[in-house]
Design a binder for this molecule. Sequence first.
Ligand code: NAP
Length: 243
Amino acid sequence: MGFALITGSSRGIGAAIAKMLASDGFDIAINYVSNSAAAEKVAEECHAFGVKAEIFRADVSSFEECSDMIAAACEKLGTPSVLVNNAGINRDSLLVRMSEAQFDEVLSKNLKSCFNMCRLIAPIMMKARSGRIINISSVAGIAGNAGQVNYAASKAAIIGLTKSAAKELGGRGITVNAIAPGFTSTDMTESLPDKVRDEAIASISLRRFASPEDIAGAAAFLASDRAAYITGQVLVVDGGMRL
Ligand code: NAP
């Protein structure tokens, strides 16, 4: 079993995925950009499962920083068997008020990051003739969302990237899938106004936001032997919001 690298795993969904994959026996490469104390805590929690967990600071929108992180992770942990492209941000605004900088920043942090990591790790997985790549999209990338033109565009593009990479890499034993979470309780949704939150919950069949562990369960499944024949798919984990 090689190691799993999860981008943006100091908090939220990424931290939950790191811990669940650690509990499944993977050594873990934790990535963060600014919150080193949170990353340390996740590493300690992974260690409790008896696996290795190493921390790597890198801004995943930088190709060079991704390259350095992957080289350092391979040196410390061996061959990557799972990559989860989870790091992401939102800079919400209505279209007519959105600045060029808001658009560019979200595309760079959410989409180019995903290209950077796939581009750099695929050759290593191709050589090993096995690997799992899991990209975190969003229901906003499928259905769109008012106030999120930039974010929804980045998340829709991740689906196109996922399907194309799945076609290219399948012959080398690598699966590439996306997860599209609905509303999930993390720092990203912490500041939603009560009215928006209440309306959202009313539209969700299961009548609650996802926990980060609800999303991590889907990632752990896609990383497992049980998902060996699934590739190019988008697994929607939204509590029945879009039925
Ligand atoms: P979050 O709580 O805000 O955590 C974001 C994580 O990404 C943190 O670990 C952060 O690191 C890291 N990060 C941000 N920018 C980075 C960069 N440039 N380079 C490296 N790491 C970076 O977010 P979340 O809610 O867990 O979201 C995780 C993913 O799920 C995102 O892609 C998001 O779009 C997607 N998603 C979330 C929801 C939701 O409702 N929460 C719904 C659908 C999809 P630091 O701790 O160092 O800042």
